[in-house]
Design a protein around this ligand. Structure first.
Ligand code: KIV
Ligand code: ZN
Length: 506
């Protein structure tokens, strides 16, 4: 057994949310924070409180709910940012203020236009000020990997003296390499005289595809904390992926001689939730959580796995929460059978939710004969919404074909009242979206549209994802919808986005 625990600092809700295309509402952020707590992350960086009132509100709400993970807010090394951050995290039983300033020549001279002495003073002042309102303060030297190492040592020593209990050395632009990062961490640990008074944290971006390798190299050099995101989402090419770091440390315990507090069985569920709510797909061959991560295609491999799983599997799908038993449900499966399977898949549903899913399951089983776990995940995820369903689809009729103008007629209900309208469009989906806008009086611009099948058969469920820009609220919103009919799935996705937009309008 390993003796050393490497702490996992999850920044999905802060750096991850900075991914191009990701935008989460407060309910979605709370749902992710709760799942991260279940996953067992040590720290949840819930946002950047001074960035916007929405960010502040989300951090504050998460701080009131989460009990077991530390809640952190990011803040620039300026008083107003730190005040906002401190206020946002106040209700949390465990809290941390995370402040940063850049230390590299390019940032100090060209971006901040400050002297090195002024940067050092700002870092020290920020930590001292933050310590007045929070016992746990983390300091990050932005762009540490392109900074002068001796200057970095001076900054790190000074912020520790000022009261920082965690010092983070980010590879902000994904520039370093495993060898170089190992040497940097080793240098800091050897040269900073008071380094034993603080934890050393690492934070890597993936611009050269080395974020996970660099983070693991830092673990070998003695880093105490790794900052990462679910599915590796984040600025540009993303951050280091939490699931890959955690599983590498677990599977190669012989190398890393460490462990984490992560309940790895919650990895898959967390990954799906983040992907669904951010609208950022997981590539099929993504390590640990991709659709193909545990699939064996080659005959020789299949033969080997049948004889002995460890021939081609270095970890079990169950270790990350993927149930690989091939139980298939069908139209003769009863409610108890469905409930049992849903519980096995990790869902705890209310009676009403189960009734509703059972109805949908029956309709699907009638069309599809065999219902797989992927279908069940999609049905449940479609049901559990993190925003109120203001409008719901009652009926949808679309006519389209060669040489006719596509027309959609839609009936929606809102608080028991029925609204109906029709519209023409350039295509059937366009006609549907125009009709939805006419009924709801909410206008959007479709920025992204995707439809994919959940499983591989003609009758498979289709899952539509849209990103819609709503000029009235100046927001991009993700919507999702699932149905066996692709036009219906597309309509549900657009209406999901409209319903979310209405939360800001009304
Ligand atoms: O990449 C980075 O440098 C950051 C810091 C603000 C921690 O995200
Ligand atoms: Zn970052």
């Amino acid at each position: 057994m390993s003796s050393r625990i490497v702490k996992i600092f999850d920044t999905t809700l802060r750096d991850g949310e900075q991914s191009p295309g990701a935008s989460l509402n407060i309910e979605e952020k709370i749902a992710i924070a709760k799942q991260l707590e279940k996953l067992g992350v040590d720290v949840i960086e819930a946002g950047f409180a001074a960035a916007s009132p929405g960010d502040f509100e989300a951090i504050n709400a998460i701080a009131k709910i989460i009990k077991n993970s530390t809640i952190a807010s990011l803040a620039r090394a300026v008083k107003q940012d730190i005040e906002k951050g401190l206020e946002a995290i106040k209700p949390a039983p465990r809290k941390r203020l995370h402040t940063f300033i850049a230390t590299s020549p390019i940032h100090v001279e060209k971006k901040l236009k400050m002297s090195y002495e002024a940067v050092l003073d700002a870092a020290v002042d920020a930590v001292k000020f933050a310590r007045n309102g929070c016992e746990e303060v983390e300091f990050s030297a932005e762009d540490a990997t392109r900074s002068n190492w001796d200057y970095l040592c001076k900054v790190v020593e000074s912020v520790i003296n000022a009261g920082a209990s965690v010092v983070n050395l980010p590879d902000t632009v994904g520039y370093t390499t495993p060898q170089e990062y190992y040497e940097l961490i080793t240098y800091i640990k050897n040269k900073v005289p008071n380094i034993d008074k603080a934890e050393v944290s690492v934070h890597c971006h993936n611009d050269l595809g080395m974020a996970v390798a660099n983070s693991l190299s830092a673990v070998l050099a003695g880093a105490d904390q790794v900052e990462c995101t679910i599915n590796g989402i984040g600025e540009r090419a993303g951050n280091a992926s939490l699931e890959e770091i955690v599983m590498a440390i677990k599977v190669r315990n012989d190398i890393y001689k460490a462990s984490t507090n992560i309940n790895t069985k919650e990895i898959y569920r967390t990954s799906r939730l983040v992907s669904k709510l951010t609208g950022i797909d997981i590539q099929r061959n993504k390590a640990i959580v991709g659709k193909n991560a545990f699939a064996h295609e080659a005959g020789i491999h299949q033969d080997g796995v049948i004889k002995e799983k460890s021939t081609y599997e270095i970890m079990k799908p169950e270790d990350v929460g993927i149930d690989s038993s091939s139980l298939v449900l069908g139209k003769h499966s009863g409610k108890h059978g469905l409930e049992k399977r849903l519980v096995e898949l990790g869902y705890q549903l209310t009676k009403e939710q189960l009734e509703d899913i059972f109805e949908k399951f029956k309709v699907l089983a009638d069309k599809k004969k065999e219902v797989y776990d992927e279908d069940l995940h999609a049905l449940v995820e479609d049901k559990i919404k993190f925003s109120p369903s203001v409008y719901e689809i009652v009926s949808l009729q679309v006519s389209s074909g060669t040489n006719i103008t596509p027309t959609a007629t839609i009936k929606l209900s809102k608080n028991g009242e029925i609204f109906e309208d029709a519209a023409l469009g350039d295509g059937p989906v366009d006609a549907v979206y125009k009709a939805l806008e006419r009924i709801t009086f909410v206008k959007g611009q479709l920025k992204f549209y995707e439809i994919k099948s959940i499983t591989e058969s003609r009758e498979a469920l289709g899952e539509a994802t849209v990103k819609v820009y709503f000029p009235d609220i100046d927001k991009n919103i993700i919507g999702r919808g699932v149905a066996t009919d692709v036009i219906e799935a597309s309509a549900k996705a657009y209406l999901d986005a409209i319903n979310k937009a209405l939360m800001y309008i009304t």
